[in-house]
Design a protein around this ligand. Sequence first.
Ligand code: KG4
Ligand code: ZN
Length: 352
Amino acid sequence: MTKILAIETSCDETAAAVIEDGVFIRSNVVASQIDIHRRYGGVFPEVASRQHILAIGTVIQDALIQARTGWNELEAVAVTYGPGLAGSLLVGVNAAKGIALALNLPLIGVNHLEGHLYSNWLDTEGKGNPPKIKFPVLSLIVSGGHTELVLMRGHGDYEILGRTIDDAAGEAFDKVARILGIGFPGGPAIQKTAEGGNPSAYKFPRARLKDSYDFSFSGLKTAVLREVQKFTKVDKMHKPEKSEQQQLRLNGMPTANIAASFQMAVVDVLVDKTKAAADKYEVKEILLAGGVSANSLLRNKMMSSAGRPVRVPPLYLCTDNAAMIGAAAYRHWQAGELVSQDLDVKANLRLA
Ligand code: KG4
Ligand code: ZN
């Protein structure tokens, strides 16, 4: 029985978890800063670091209490060291180093994207029956900062088949929500607005980037902006003020149709490319991960068209959390891949 304390502070969630044998979630505590950042229309890095400093101690203590685990029962401490906001990462890495130093425990550094990947290995039903995933698998990581198509032939064996060449999928959702003036974070706001809209109302562009598994969403974002401009004088990307939003409605902008058509365009490209890569590499399963995998259209379309099992973490494991970091850390622990106290943060790190 190996209990790992995992810490995650790469963006705007302060999170800690106790994970047993890489799959059993003994606790999973997340303190979200979303309400604080909402007023800025996005994550404000300086504010994020300060909030992590305020929350980290309590979050870690809560994780141990909820797991009914004493400090002396921990086998290792794991922490996200990148990619993410440098100031945010520093808080988690320092906390993990302090604990490892004080308790003389091994330290495990985890790549945030690797964490998202491993969210699919967790025993989410709590029935002691973790998923048995068959390799090779293809994972689509879609978050606020990343869009990556990763082929995994075994644990820790990653081949990046494609990634975004401009905006990440979640970033596109966030920017388009801002253009439409419907709130932050953009993903859930667009999904909700799209419910009342017609996804075929607009033929927004789908960047296929021939013969490649890379993605591009900036053309789509510009196409939405052009459409919105027909109803308003807004000529740059900014969050419309309340009065402007009212004006847009008065001008009859079909916000729901635009949101639904945009969402469909993003999902079409994500599903088509994932399916093409899954066929080519003859993978046994497809795994979705990251904040955008919370999107119900993406989940449903992927499941109905992938032609093989599709796994999606429950919503609370799609967005940032420390349970997934503990799951990935366990594989490093098994492989003896520990890091020393000179672990640094890497804000722009990639998975492979
Ligand atoms: O994985 P995550 O919590 O943080 C990063 O590592 O970036 O992902 C956050 C992103 C945001 O861009 C948010 O708009 C998006 O996930 N998101 C969604 C949905 N829920 C969250 N995008 C589309 N549909 C959703 N339901
Ligand atoms: Zn993330």
